[in-house]
Design a protein around this ligand. Sequence first.
Ligand SMILES: Cc1cc2nc3c(=O)[nH]c(=O)nc-3n(C[C@H](O)[C@H](O)[C@H](O)COP(=O)(O)OP(=O)(O)OC[C@H]3O[C@@H](n4cnc5c(N)ncnc54)[C@H](O)[C@@H]3O)c2cc1C
Length: 598
Amino acid sequence: MPIYNPPLRDMQFVMHELFKVTDEFRAMPRHADIDVDTINAILEEAGKFASQVIFPLNISGDTEGCQLNRETHEVTTPKGFKEAYQTYVAGGWPALSCEPEYGGQGLPLVVNQCLYEMMNSANQAWTMYPGLTHGAYAALVEHGTPEQKSAYLPKMVSGEWTGTMCLTEPHCGTDLGLLRTKAEPQADGTYKLTGTKIFISAGEHDLAENIVHLVLARLPDAPPGIKGISLFIVPKFRVNADGSLGERNAIFCAGLEHKMGIHGNATCQMVLDGAVGTMVGQPNKGMQAMFVMMNAARLGVGNQSLGLTEVAYQNALAYAKDRLQMRSLSGPKAKDKPADPIIVHPDVRKMLLTAKAYAEGGRALAIFCSVLLEKVHFHPDEKVRKDSEEMLSLLTPITKAFLTDNGWQATMMCQQVFGGHGYIKEWGMEQFVRDARINMIYEGTNTIQALDLLGRKVLSNNGATLKKFGKLVAQLVEEEGVNEKMAEFINPIAMLGDQMTKFTTEIGFKGMQNPDEIGAAAVDYLRVAGHLVFGYFWARMAQVALREIAAGNTDPFYAAKLQTARFYFAKLFPETASLMRTARAGAAPLMETELALA
Ligand SMILES: Cc1cc2nc3c(=O)[nH]c(=O)nc-3n(C[C@H](O)[C@H](O)[C@H](O)COP(=O)(O)OP(=O)(O)OC[C@H]3O[C@@H](n4cnc5c(N)ncnc54)[C@H](O)[C@@H]3O)c2cc1C
């Protein structure tokens, strides 16, 4: 059976030593009083919930999956899921970082970020039920009418109701401009929605008494394409004026997908047969409102892979210390045993360290983003709010795609550490790999994230936001440029920072002559940018570790952090050179291939 120990020490390091989040919160009146001990105490309890309540349901949920009753259209989740959800609700976890106005506890988003990382490690499929609710909540807080907010938000915050996002249709996934679901205005101000949505996560289940679907659809007079899409709330049960549940709405689960992973999460085909909804935001401006949910979901998906990377790493590490096979190339290490533990072999260590470096680098990025999001919403200074929003929009596609690509590599490597036993169900490793795979696909494939980064976030403003990130790198270089002990961490990011400007300009210039050049370079470009970001955070983590060691701190945590930083810069970061080379190879080897792809 797999193990999972909440990585509280590392979370505390990132929050309190690397980013000093409580100092950041001092500037935000709403969190001015929050202290380190409170955050740590909450996360300790969150870790218990994740490891003791939902982790034990991970393998059984995967084996059992969800069941649809075709007559009632009701979905039953795997054994124990409902009870775990009741425990989650009773513990007040859904309300952690929500607005007090709607019954939330108003705690910093970073607390929620860490809660979700742990829940994703413990059971990604289960965590998607409350996770989607959070995104829907965020969209309604920003774009809902006062009536919608008072009718829906308190129930979503308490966890009594869950949420979904209904975008995808059989003929339209990436290209939402093709969507056909219709919304007909009614005399009473509501709309009747008709159409079919597919792949809707948590579209139907037995965890909560109501499900709040956020549905994209077209008004009868809507212009074609993406500019003619509106957003609607379509609840499973209609909601009476007093907030009580009304009649069953005409939105039904018509089928469940049989899929590679996340079996415990119901992936539903949803039929809307004149279902009654109310509009969120303005007509034909639905994408604007939906983007609030999509951006939250993109960060959330990166967090899913962060969680899987961590849990896969913990299991692979324990196995590698225990499994005896062959002798070390440099002579026996466990002389009293018939063979050495496989952790002595360089390549096994490389696989373990890759997962560790990706988990800890990913944690730094994810927590950094949650602090930015906090500033976007609650910082009193408008300039800080605006700058944070810009930086977050740059880092969102990187978080989604870089963390999920890394998560895929890391879970596979950790499975590989188990050899044949990694392929066998009972060890749980093959499930981590299967579950991690979807994270690169949904919420906009990683290719789409790469196009978003390069096209919309970098080239559209001539690299202005990227340069702001470059400034952070330059500041660190200036701070530590003369510190010999930091040279191994600072030199690579200083060099990549310089190269990045030329690299970006070159692609932008080629893209002006031939737009396919952007498509050909984008995926490599995102990975290079991902390493620039990770390199920056790893250098800062090394900086903190070196300072502690220099001050006489003998906690092995810091020496371990330094060793992982060294591994990252020596073995993973240099991938950037080959990525820049393949990006520079351009579009021709892809597009001048009519015969090869005939
Ligand atoms: C388990 C699961 C859960 C999901 N949950 C939800 C959910 O809750 N709500 C929801 O609305 N949807 C959900 N989805 C749908 C998911 O978001 C889509 O599958 C995804 O966005 C891709 O769309 P598609 O499958 O239609 O692929 P397509 O859009 O057909 O893409 C196929 C391939 O073409 C590539 N491609 C497409 N356009 C371009 C381009 N311009 N440039 C380069 N490459 C391109 C893609 O990257 C991909 O590799 C879920 C899907 C799955 C499998």
